[in-house]
Design a protein around this ligand. Structure first.
Ligand code: NAD
Ligand code: DAU
Length: 360
């Protein structure tokens, strides 16, 4: 090996998605001694343009492949010092329409990687990216890592299955697993099916923003860069076999989030369209991050600044999202199935929801 060559082999699954791509960019910028391999199937949510800045970087290689395909994924895991496993089907609403892919990717795909990790000689960390959704709806207080796992939708259940499977590979086979449960991420390059990019891009185009139910559901917003910094720290200092919550400490009801987005874009509140609630909609997520903070992490992005920068990113990068929303038939089919033929309209609403629309 030539002096100065990267010495740490890092496998990032799902690196062409939202958080994965932010992590790949962060990793290459922060660790000159890392060589990163991205393994991504390029589903509807995976986009090579998310990695365009590093596609020619000699310290990065991109492999299109399925984590559930042992012939492809196995050798990559066995050559790695660090695995950061993001690849998943990630959208709750899609899991309500069709849960099969969530089982094959989130559960079975995680199994394939973990099983390969049993025979990996140089592996020192396998980071299983789980989610705060595994705790289920949190009525009061905040979830600690010792709390029961009570997922309430097929996405969350598939993530909980993988989360516990990863733990079992540590407990039984000694695979150096760390499990992370992050709250809702926001930032650049999030696929425009999730609330922030969907509402921002709709509002830019003066289209209605479909708010589920009474709009009082609460999510804790974590800037994706703060998430990446937490993962970095956990790779270095996290303890194997342990679970770590990662949260931004920004609990915001959806209706307030919507008002802020409309304000930032100078759009009227009349764009808000209360639509039928999500089935099994978790009322609130909230994680206690004491364990992570004890290792020295604190979030750096105040929510107001992070949201403004995110809105600006979508305003400045129409090249990224407009083709998805306007010409990607898979996206348009999904949007129609979810929100109706031409998107949400007040006329589609029940009498109860229409009354709510007037209140908001
Ligand atoms: P995303 O949907 O933007 O990206 C998922 C990526 O995984 C895509 O690039 C997709 O092509 C890839 N992928 C899907 N199936 C695959 C397969 N079988 N093989 C290989 N690649 C495959 O998701 P995201 O929001 O970036 O989430 C990344 C991870 O973080 C997921 O595990 C998710 O459960 C977890 N998470 C997300 C959030 C959030 O708020 N977005 C919060 C906590 C945890
Ligand atoms: O909490 C972590 C989870 O956050 C991750 O594990 C998931 O991968 C990620 O998708 C996200 O899940 P949510 O279901 O919380 O995110 P979503 O953006 O879909 O919804 C956020 C809130 O906004 C939720 O209360 C539902 C509401 N919502 C969402 C959409 C898409 C609406 O009111 N209208 C919408 O059109």
């Amino acid at each position: 090996m030539v002096k100065g060559d990267p010495t740490v082999e890092v496998l990032v699954t799902g690196g062409a998605g939202f958080i994965g791509s932010n992590f790949v960019l962060h990793a290459l910028a922060t660790h000159p001694d890392w060589r990163v391999t991205t393994l991504d199937k390029l589903t509807y949510a995976g986009r090579t343009e998310n990695l365009r800045d590093v596609m020619d970087d000699p310290r990065h290689r991109f492999i299109q492949g399925d984590v559930a395909d042992a012939a492809v994924a196995g050798p990559l895991v066995r050559d790695a010092d660090i695995v950061v496993h993001f690849a998943a089907e990630t959208h709750v609403d899609r899991s309500l329409h069709e849960a099969g892919a969530f089982i094959t990717t989130d559960v079975y795909g995680s199994f394939v990687l973990l099983d390969a990790a049993r025979h990996a000689q140089r592996l020192r960390r396998f980071v299983q990216i789980s989610t705060d959704e595994v705790y289920g709806s949190v009525e009061t207080g905040s979830s600690t890592e010792h709390d029961e796992v009570k997922p309430r939708n097929p996405y969350a259940a598939s993530k909980a299955g993988a989360d516990r499977l990863a733990y079992s590979y540590w407990a039984t086979h000694g695979v150096p697993v760390i499990i992370t449960r992050a709250s809702n991420n926001y930032g650049p390059r999030q696929f425009p099916e999730k609330i922030i990019p969907l509402f921002v891009t709709n509002a830019i185009d003066h289209l209605p923003v479909p708010l589920y139910g009474d709009g009082r559901h609460i999510r804790d917003w974590l800037h994706v860069e703060d998430h990446c910094r937490a993962l970095d720290l956990l790779i270095e200092r996290g303890e194997c076999g342990e679970v770590y919550n990662i949260g931004g400490g920004n609990e915001v009801p959806n209706i307030d989030l919507t008002h802020r987005i409309l304000e930032l874009l100078n759009r009227p509140r009349s764009l808000i369209e209360p639509v039928q609630d999500r089935q099994g909609h978790d009322r609130r997520y909230s994680v206690d991050t004491t364990k992570l903070r004890a290792l020295g992490w604190t979030p750096r992005h105040p929510f107001a600044d992070g949201l403004r920068a995110t809105v600006d990113w979508y305003r400045d990068n129409e090249w990224w999202w407009r083709p998805i929303k306007e010409t990607d038939t898979a996206y348009r089919d999904y949007y129609e199935a979810q929100y109706g033929n031409e998107g949400p309209h007040k006329s589609d609403l029940s009498a109860e929801a229409s009354a709510k629309a007037e209140e908001l």
